[in-house]
Design a protein around this ligand. Structure first.
Ligand code: ZN
Length: 436
C-alpha cells in the first residue's frame, strides 16, 4: 500500500537525470540537473527543471520532499519476470527443462489458492518497489485467480504494470495446465476485466511453444487480433535442449521463432524473453515485425542457458529490453541485471556503456513497451513514476563514487556495485510507495 497520501501537489528536489534520446546514437542524450526540481500534481509531472525556477502558480500548497545529493530518475522497467517464482529463486542445480519440472511447476500449482497468490503478490510488489522498479512485464500462473490477485494488488498501489495468466495445455502436470478453449475464455475475461482498468495492462502469456498445442498457439494469435492493444509475452530460444525439443514438436517451422510467426504472435507489442540461440533470418524477421527481445542476463548465467548477443541484436535493429527473469534470475535489482548484461556483453568484445544500461532500464524500456509517452522521462505530462538513488549507500560505493570525475563514472559504479540499499525512495503516480 502507498506509505503516504501526499498533498495533491508535491515537489521533489535533488539531482535529476532523464534521457532525451537514444544513447547508442548520442552518449550525451540526457538532461542532468545538479539542483533539480520536479513538481507533481495528481500523479503526473507538471513541471521539471532547475530548483528555484518553478512557476509561482504551481508552488501554492506544495509539499516538499528534499533529496539533496540523491539522484532522481524515472522508475526502473523490468521487461520479464514471474511473480509466482519469487519463492523458488535460488534453487540449486538444474538447467531449464529440469528446473521447470523440479521447482517451478510444483510452486506454480500452489497459485490455485487465491489467498496464497494474494500474499505472494504483496510480497513480490514490496520487493520490486524496494528495488526501484515501477513497471514490469509479469507472468502469473495458469490460474486466472493468480492474475486477479496480482492486478488487485497493483491497483491498490496504483502501479503501471503489465501481466497475464499463463496459457499451457500440454507437457506439464495437470495442476498447471488449461486447455485451448479455457485458456481463450479465461484470457478474454481477464483482458476485459483488467486491460486499461486503472493503470493495469494485459499480456497474452503462453509460457513457451513446447507447453502449448498448435490449437492453443492459434488462440494466442486470435486474441492478439481481437485485442490489438494488449501485449503478448513468452519465452524464445533460451536453452539448446529446448530449441531441439521445439524443432521436434514443430517440424514444419524453419526455426523456434518461426513457430510464433506462423501463429501470428510476432509484432511490436510482443515481448520474448531470452532469444539467445538465434540466426540472422530470425533477427531480420524480429526487426521487420517490430518484435522485442528481453535480455535476462542473471537468469541466463544461473541456468547456464547461453550468452545473449546484445551488439548483434542491436545491429540487426531489434529492440531489446532488460529483464530480471526471477525466479530463474537471481535478483530483482536492476543494478544486478545491468551488471550481468555488461559482463555478458564483454564476452563478445562489446562494452555496454552506463548510459545505455540506465537508458535500457528506464526510458528505453518504456519506449520498447510502447509506453514512451507515458512513463520513462522526467518531463511535463509524464506519469510520476520515479526512483531516488543514494550514490553513497555502502562504504565500497561511497569510496568509488567520491572519486568519480563525472556522471558516467558514478552511474557505472552504481550498476556494478549497488543493490536495493541504494534505493532511497520509489514513487508511483506521485505517491511514495517505498522508502523515505
Ligand atoms: Zn521467464
Amino acid at each position: 500500500m502507498p506509505i503516504d497520501n501526499p498533498a495533491s501537489r508535491i515537489r521533489l528536489t535533488g539531482r535529476t537525470l532523464t534521457f532525451t534520446g537514444d544513447p547508442r546514437d548520442d552518449a550525451d542524450a540526457y538532461r542532468y540537473t545538479e539542483k533539480g526540481s520536479i513538481l507533481i500534481e495528481d500523479g503526473k509531472i507538471v513541471w521539471a527543471g532547475q530548483a528555484g525556477e518553478e512557476p509561482a502558480a504551481l508552488m501554492a500548497g506544495v509539499e516538499h520532499h528534499e533529496y539533496g545529493n540523491d539522484l532522481i530518475l524515472p522508475g526502473f522497467v523490468d521487461g520479464h519476470l514471474h511473480y509466482p517464482q519469487i519463492g523458488v529463486i535460488a534453487s540449486f542445480g538444474t538447467q531449464l527443462l529440469d528446473w521447470l519440472e523440479t521447482y517451478t511447476f510444483p510452486e506454480e500449482a500452489r497459485f490455485a489458492d487465491q489467498k496464497y497468490a494474494a500474499e505472494t503478490a504483496k510480497l513480490f510488489l514490496d520487493l520490486l518497489l524496494s528495488n526501484g522498479t515501477t513497471t514490469a512485464a509479469v507472468f502469473c500462473t495458469v490460474h486466472p485467480q493468480s492474475a486477479d490477485a496480482f492486478f488487485e494488488e497493483c491497483s491498490a498501489r496504483n502501479l503501471r504494470m503489465i501481466a497475464g495468466k499463463i496459457l499451457m495445455d500440454r507437457n506439464a502436470p495437470d495442476t498447471v495446465t488449461d486447455t485451448a478453449q479455457s485458456g481463450y475464455e479465461d484470457t478474454k475475461a481477464l483482458i476485459e476485466k483488467w486491460h486499461g482498468t486503472g493503470r493495469n495492462l494485459y499480456a497474452v502469456t503462453p509460457r513457451f511453444a513446447p507447453t502449448s498445442t498448435p490449437e492453443q498457439l492459434q488462440v494466442c494469435g486470435s486474441l492478439m487480433s481481437e485485442f490489438p492493444s494488449v501485449y503478448l509475452q513468452s519465452h524464445l530460444s533460451e536453452n539448446t535442449d529446448e530449441v531441439r525439443w521445439v524443432s521436434d514438436l514443430f517440424p514444419e517451422a524453419r526455426s523456434y521463432q518461426d513457430v510464433y510467426a506462423r501463429y501470428g504472435m510476432l509484432g511490436p507489442r510482443s515481448l520474448f524473453g531470452h532469444a539467445i540461440h538465434m540466426d540472422e533470418a530470425d533477427l531480420a524477421q524480429a526487426a521487420e515485425t517490430g518484435t522485442k527481445f528481453v535480455h535476462c542476463p542473471t537468469s541466463n548465467l544461473f541456468i547456464g542457458s547461453g550468452l545473449f548477443r546484445m551488439k548483434e541484436t542491436w545491429d540487426a535493429n531489434v529492440d531489446v529490453l532488460l529483464g530480471s527473469d526471477v525466479g530463474g534470475g537471481t535478483s530483482l535489482s536492476p543494478f544486478a541485471t545491468m551488471k550481468a548484461a555488461y559482463e555478458i556483453a564483454q564476452f563478445s568484445g562489446y562494452s555496454l556503456t552506463p548510459e545505455q544500461a540506465f537508458w535500457l532500464s528506464t526510458t528505453g524500456g518504456a519506449e520498447a513497451l510502447s509506453l514512451g509517452e507515458r512513463i520513462g522521462r522526467l518531463e511535463k505530462g509524464y506519469e510520476a513514476d520515479l526512483v531516488v538513488l543514494d550514490s553513497r549507500s555502502t562504504d565500497i560505493i561511497r569510496q568509488r563514487t567520491d572519486r568519480a570525475e563525472n556522471l558516467r563514472e558514478e552511474l557505472f559504479a552504481l550498476m556494478i556495485l549497488a543493490d536495493e540499499r541504494a534505493v532511497r525512495a520509489t514513487y508511483a503516480a506521485g505517491c511514495r510507495v517505498h522508502g523515505t
